[in-house]
Design a binder for this molecule. Structure first.
Ligand code: URA
Ligand code: SF4
Length: 240
């Protein structure tokens, strides 16, 4: 058979184009998904870094909680952090300061991290829901649990933080964070401290929320809960 060598470049070109429709289709598909399912979509930068995301989240109104909280409390920490901690929502002090984990639960987390040998400056902390939900009791603002609609509305921000940081380890603190990322059927009580199979990161673990340790009924219970929490964090320190 006679081969026409002049056709080689054309064949090569056509060969190199073979994946373009698939690539384009997948890309458009993912954009369609995003615009359909992301309530926070109009503000969410498609490929934002953490700073871009934080700025965009300031104006989020994707659920009603923006009316209740003082400001959006976005995640913060080392931009190259290997560990991301996900809490529930900002508390009273976080709401006023605009920074996550600066109140009593944050102080307890700081102490536990130190005891586990994890450098607090090298981690990233954020929350499943980024506005403070509360109800008045006298002069105080009492924390109220976010519901499934609010958790789902805020999830795109958390997804975007994970995509921007790409942490090696994600630690879910308490049921709300676990519900947001692992689904409503996940039980922290049954699986705390285990490394879970997940596409979110190479190591994913759920454990208790530091506030639950603060709420322990007596000194002994608090001591035991703290010890168990530090045991979980030490497992994380080992895979760092
Ligand atoms: N509790 C949380 O879940 N997150 C905070 O930022 C503070 C307290
Ligand atoms: Fe937006 Fe989340 Fe605040 Fe709701 S809680 S308004 S989704 S940032």
């Amino acid at each position: 058979m006679k081969i026409n060598h002049q056709l080689f470049p054309l064949v090569l070109f056509l060969y190199s184009c073979r994946d373009i429709p698939i690539f384009l289709g997948a890309h458009l598909n993912s954009m369609a998904k995003r615009s359909k399912h992301d309530p926070a979509n109009p503000l969410l930068p498609l490929h934002g870094n953490l700073e871009d995301l934080k700025k965009a989240a300031k104006n989020c109104q994707a659920c009603d909680l923006w009316k209740l909280g003082t400001q959006t409390v976005f995640g913060e920490g080392a931009p190259n952090a290997k560990i991301m901690f996900v809490g529930e929502q900002p508390g009273d002090q976080e709401d006023l300061e605009g920074r996550p984990f600066v109140g009593p639960a944050g102080k307890l987390l700081d102490r536990a991290l130190e005891d586990a040998g994890i450098d607090r400056k090298k981690v990233y902390v954020t929350n499943a829901v980024k506005h403070f939900k509360w109800e008045p009791r006298g002069k105080r603002r009492i924390h109220k649990k976010p519901n499934a609609v609010e958790i789902a509305a805020c999830r795109p921000w958390l997804d975007a933080e994970i995509a921007a940081l790409r942490p090696k380890i994600i630690v879910l603190l308490g049921a709300t964070a676990a519900q947001s990322l692992l689904g409503r059927d996940f039980r922290v009580t049954q699986h705390r401290g285990e490394f879970l199979q997940s596409e979110l990161a190479s190591h994913v673990m759920a454990t208790v929320h530091p506030s639950s340790i603060l709420r322990a009924p007596d000194e002994q219970a608090r001591h035991d809960a703290m010890k168990q929490f530090i045991t979980d964090l030490k497992k994380i320190a080992r895979v760092l």
